[in-house]
Design a binder for this molecule. Structure first.
Ligand code: NZQ
Ligand code: ZN
Length: 396
């Protein structure tokens, strides 16, 4: 195993009606002037924003609000939030929404702590953040894990670049998780969310050594649990227990727990998908489902033991006479594709609804190489030509 650091300072408040405690919690973390940040319509339509405002009012906390964050959140909205927060002397940002809203909030929070600098420089990796204002969330979708993660992903809508910046100082102060809030999600978003949390675990699972048995056991248990409840939710979206299972899994999948002792993870699928998000604005989890099978077939020979273990322990592929390790690994990948189809997820770009040309694939690979500094991956280290080959195979 490798040495590791595990830092998860986010206080979790989990269960029904916990959003009513938003005001009290902001106060306990020292917030007095709050920017409530949210997305398109869902949190307004459900009355959640009003309930959060009431809770802040009851705690005597000043607040202003800014909605309109889109999935694959835009830098332009971040800049709008920075201006509004400065004008109102904001000292705390409360995200009410999913990964996109939380990430937009984190980006605003970075900028407020270093107001003279352009926040996009962080995403270009030109400098490290000098600080970060406090951020917390009322989570409305189980997916990205941003409610506990150190990551922030923003799209520069002018250049089409979708870029991540990771820093522990942005880990949220608290996360309010009421599984009931996720019951209004369209099925596609629920299942894309389940796919994303599985991928956060798998990115840390398919590595070259260093894996601890305890970490693998947690990861495999998490994956089996999410698969079970993703299928239940596909048929029974109002199932509270299933909502709760995947909501907690989403946080555990990306707060670092499933990576302890490994080499830092692979994350090539995320990098490849971020380019698809930047160019085609696809739903993140669905984009991951569309790229993973092609990535897996391309990389499996370089990390065969892990693929065999995955096939057996996660996908339930049985040992049969005459079946080679390669056959087992392939059976695991095929079983995964079957699972994706069972929850309405795509297994290639055609099913995702995009059809990038050779030139666009070249552009995405070039951009990915710029973003990662030349190469990416652990199961297999990918260079530009590898990325192009995977994108082409994923066209379907
Ligand atoms: O805008 P509204 O109307 O709220 O609609 C949203 C949005 O259309 C809808 N939604 C959310 N909660 C709802 C709801 N609709 C009905 N009822 C509810 N309760 O769902 C749609 C997707 O929301 P979004 O916030 O985009 O989802 P998600 O949590 O999947 O976040 C995706 C973003 O997070 C990034 C992704 O790249 C993408 O930009 N990621 C962030 C990570 C991080 N910071 O740690 C890690 C991830 O790997 C990921 O890259
Ligand atoms: Zn993700």
């Amino acid at each position: 195993m490798f040495n590791f650091e595990y830092y998860t300072p986010t206080k979790v408040i989990f269960g029904k009606k916990t959003e009513e405690r938003a005001g009290e919690l902001v106060k306990s973390f020292g917030g007095s002037r709050v920017l409530i940040h949210y997305g398109g319509h869902s949190a307004v339509r459900s009355g959640l924003i009003d309930r959060v405002k009431k809770s802040l009012d009851e705690a005597g906390i000043f607040h202003v609000e800014l909605g309109g964050v889109v999935p694959n959140p835009h830098l332009g909205k971040v800049r709008e939030g920075i201006a509004l927060a400065k004008k109102n002397g904001i000292d705390f940002i409360l995200a009410v929404g999913g990964g996109s809203v939380i990430d937009s909030s984190k980006a605003i929070a970075y900028a407020l702590a270093d107001p003279e600098k352009d926040v996009w420089e962080l995403f270009e990796h030109k400098r490290k953040a000098a600080g970060c204002f406090p951020v917390a969330s009322v989570l409305t979708i189980a997916a990205a894990g941003s409610e506990m993660s150190n990551s922030c992903v923003i799209t520069n809508e002018k250049t089409g670049e979708k870029r991540a910046y990771d820093d522990d100082i942005a880990r949220p102060k608290f996360a309010i998780m009421d599984p009931e809030l996720t019951e209004t999600l369209p099925d596609y978003q629920t299942e894309a969310g389940c796919t994303d949390m599985m991928m956060h675990t798998m990115e840390r699972y398919f590595t070259q050594g260093g894996n601890m048995e305890i970490t693998d056991a947690i990861a495999e248990g998490l994956l089996r649990t999410v698969m079970k409840y993703a299928q239940i939710l596909h048929k029974d979206p109002g199932n509270y227990e299933a909502r709760a299972e995947v909501m907690w899994a989403g946080s555990l999948a990306h707060n670092g727990l499933t990576g302890c002792g490994n080499d830092g993870g692979d994350f090539a699928c995320h990098m490849l998908e971020h380019e698809m998000g930047g160019m085609f604005d696809v739903t993140h989890g669905a984009g991951l489902a569309a790229i993973w099978p092609s990535w897996a077939r391309y990389c499996m020979d370089s990390d065969l033991n892990r693929f065999v273990r995955y096939a057996r322990n996660v996908m339930g592929v049985e040992k049969k006479d005459g079946m080679s390790d390669r056959d087992t690994a392939l059976a695991g990948i095929e079983a995964m594709e079957k699972f994706y189809h069972s929850i309405g997820m795509p297994v290639n770009m055609k099913e995702l609804g995009i059809n990038p040309s050779d030139e666009q694939i070249e552009e995405m690979a070039a951009s990915a190489v710029r973003a990662c500094g030349g190469h990416k991956g652990s199961a297999k280290v990918l260079y530009k030509d590898d990325m192009i080959a995977i994108y082409k195979a994923a066209r379907g």
